[in-house]
Design a protein around this ligand. Structure first.
Ligand code: 4AD
Ligand code: MG
Length: 443
């Protein structure tokens, strides 16, 4: 494999820590940063990380010059360096490797003491230093899992013949209600950061049949919870001639595919997150499907006697419902009154929407929201008026119903909530490289 980095001249071949197993007994060069260091008499143990992993580099007094031994003792955390040494199998831990050091060259020593040490730090401090916190083992593991999830999603849709259709970020209209819009100035006109690409993929479904968009979406939510971000990533499939039943099946298949992929390719990282994977191993279809009315009953019987039809679910309610199941549960057919304007109506119950939410187990709650879209022009026009949305901004969207309308459905999966659930994290703030939250725009 070609390596896109400067090769040090006059030194043994540079390798990555992840590939050390292929170089046992050979002399190699590593380039990375000092993660940790400990010493005992004649030995310094330098823990070096290079992005692909970490490895213990052992500096034995008898192997190096007194100057080098002394230099190794003084290296501070996060020094960037180049290590030359011989790859050995780790004496005690089978399947892991270490490097017997011959030489260490400092590329750059930190100009200040690195602020993140092994001691406990407060969340605010770590979030202020997010740009550095990313270097920590656990954050590294979480974001590697995020990458695997994103890749699995793309593979799933690509393998199933979906066409990628990117939706715009600047939009003229709301999708998910007007209370969470971020307004910007677009050359003198108001514009909004997109809440969802759904309306655009609906239009594209009429051209390509099966499509998905995948990008950042924005919600000016005033909520300061463990599962709300102002900017989050969403994948949104949309399929022509699909109805609610197949939509549920699509979400089930996609989620099973993602979890299976993470289990098979990111075992190491899940261990670093201390994830109990027995919960993830159960994530296989069929997922239980319950109606909204059944969900209300579960609430009433489990400590929420006040729950009644018409209530929307918050995190607490979703926890109670999802705790009844050992895998994701699909809740379908909510009252139209608490759902967005675009949902189709249940032909058997005019007060219900043909929608569904997937609630993740272990208290994680909603990770997917979607359903079948209203495809009748007059009904959709009435819904737009009923929701007091500006009709002119939706003219283009109504064209999808004017020219060969078709039943169709889709959903949105929030990446950060999915990462939090799969990694077993208490808060979404660690699931995205640089989170944007109610009170955080930096770094
Ligand atoms: O349920 P939502 O609002 O649905 C839509 O936006 C639809 N237009 C999607 C569609 O049908 N194409 O959002 C979908 C998912 C949620 O289930 C949740 O996982 C995530 O997006 N989400 C958020 N994640 C983090 N922070 C927030 N503020 C989020 N709001 C929604
Ligand atoms: Mg929702």
């Amino acid at each position: 494999m070609f390596r896109y980095r400067a090769q040090p001249t006059g030194l043994p071949a540079e390798v990555t820590i992840a590939t050390l197993a292929d170089h046992v007994g050979k002399e190699v060069t590593l380039q990375g940063w000092l993660y940790n260091k400990r010493s005992s008499g004649k030995l310094h143990f330098l823990e070096v990380r290079d992005g692909t992993g970490t490895v213990q580099c052992v500096v034995f007094k008898g192997d190096v010059t007194p100057e080098l031994f002394d230099k190794a003792d003084k290296l501070s955390q996060e020094t960037s360096l180049r290590v030359v040494g011989t790859v050995k199998e780790h004496g005690k831990r089978a399947g892991t490797y270490e490097v017997q050091v011959k030489d260490v060259a400092v590329i750059a020593a930190p100009s200040r003491e690195y602020p993140i040490s092994n001691k406990e730090h407060g969340t605010d401090f770590l979030m202020d230093n997010r740009h550095l916190w990313l270097r920590s083992r656990r954050q590294h593991a979480i974001l590697r899992i995020r990458h695997a999830i994103v890749k699995a999603i793309r593979d799933f849709f690509d393998q199933n013949d979906f066409t990628l259709i990117d939706a715009p970020i600047f939009t003229p209209n709301a999708v998910e209600g007007t209370s969470t819009l971020f307004q910007t100035d677009y050359h003198g006109d108001p514009a909004f950061l997109t809440q969802s690409g759904q309306l655009y993929v609906e239009a594209a479904a009429a051209s390509f049949g099966q499509v998905y968009c995948f990008g950042p979406t924005f919600r000016a939510e005033k909520s300061k919870t463990r599962r709300h971000l102002a900017e989050f990533w969403m994948v949104e499939p949309e399929v022509a001639f699909m109805t609610l039943d197949e939509d549920m099946r699509l979400a089930e298949d996609m989620l099973s595919f993602i979890v299976e992929r993470v289990l098979t390719t990111r075992g190491e990282e899940l261990k670093i997150c201390e994830r109990d994977t027995s919960f993830l191993e159960k994530v296989k279809g069929p997922f239980p499907r319950i109606t909204y009315a059944e969900a209300i009953k579960i609430l009433q019987e489990n400590g929420h006697p006040e729950a009644k039809v018409g209530d929307d679910f918050g995190a607490d309610e979703e926890t109670v419902i999802s705790n009844k199941f050992d895998r994701p549960v699909i809740v379908h057919r909510y009252p139209k009154a608490i759902k967005a304007f675009y949902f189709a109506t249940d032909p058997n119950a005019p007060e219900l929407a043909l929608n569904m939410d997937v609630l993740a187990p272990e208290g994680y709650g909603e990770i997917v929201g979607g359903g079948q879209r209203e495809d009748d022009l007059a009904t959709l026009e009435a819904a737009i008026a009923h929701h007091k949305l500006p009709p002119a901004a939706f003219e283009w969207y109504l064209d999808v119903r004017r020219y060969g309308s078709f039943p169709h459905a889709g959903f949105g999966l929030g990446i950060e909530r999915t990462v939090a659930w799969i990694c077993g994290l208490p808060h979404v703030r660690e699931t995205i490289p640089f989170p944007r939250m109610l009170n955080r725009l930096a770094p």
